[in-house]
Design a protein. Structure first.
Length: 199
């Protein structure tokens, strides 16, 4: 990838992340204007992570396109921005002003799982810092464990029936009721592992 293409891609990801965050803040303000508003549990992180990660990511990726740290930050910022926007959109479309906007359930579904891969990528930022390589081959099993936890955890929370933890009382529109006994423990363990890894 040429440096110009890398810079364009990094700046585009940063722009989408920051625009999503700005729209999420607008929706948050609208949601708070209604009586008994539901507040997205992770709204502070939904502002801080996209702004900081996208900014750091675009600076590194546009100057050092071969370095994975910049791209990891770009993707984390993008996922966090989209996650916050989808959460606030779902709250507005399904709780604050029911059926006022289309796609509220789809936005809720995206918000249900979008944080899991972002967390996994943050782990890789720590693993690959500062030179873009693992400290030693002994860390390879841990890196693979992080990938497995991210993939399995993302699938589990994406299809877990019941209220979405950060958006309750909104139910997961693609939740598989019959698989709840399997997906529930998997999602719990994956979430605990991710929180433990991130400390």
């Amino acid at each position: 990838m040429s440096r110009r293409t890398a810079a364009w891609l990094a700046w585009s990801m940063c722009a989408v992340s920051l625009a999503s965050t700005a729209l999420a803040l607008l929706l948050l303000d609208w949601n708070l204007s209604y009586p008994n508003p539901h507040v997205f549990d992770l709204w502070v992180q939904g502002i801080v992570i996209p702004v900081t990660c996208s900014t750091v990511g675009v600076i590194i990726a546009s100057r050092r396109p071969d370095h994975p740290i910049g791209w990891l930050f770009c993707v984390v910022g993008l996922l966090a921005g989209v996650n916050h926007f989808c959460a606030e959109y779902a709250i507005f479309a399904l709780l604050s002003q029911p059926d006022s906007l289309p796609g509220g359930r789809a936005a809720a579904w995206v918000a249900s799982w979008c944080g899991m891969p972002a967390n996994a990528l943050l782990v890789f930022v720590g693993l690959l810092f500062p030179d873009g390589r693992l400290p030693s081959r002994r860390w390879l099993p841990f890196a693979w464990l992080n990938v497995v936890v991210a993939v399995v955890g993302t699938v589990a929370v994406a299809f877990l029936a019941g209220p979405i933890p950060t958006l309750a009382p909104i139910e997961n529109p693609l939740g598989l009721e019959g698989a709840k006994t399997l997906l529930g423990p998997v999602a719990t363990v994956a979430g605990a592992l991710e929180r433990g890894i991130l400390g």
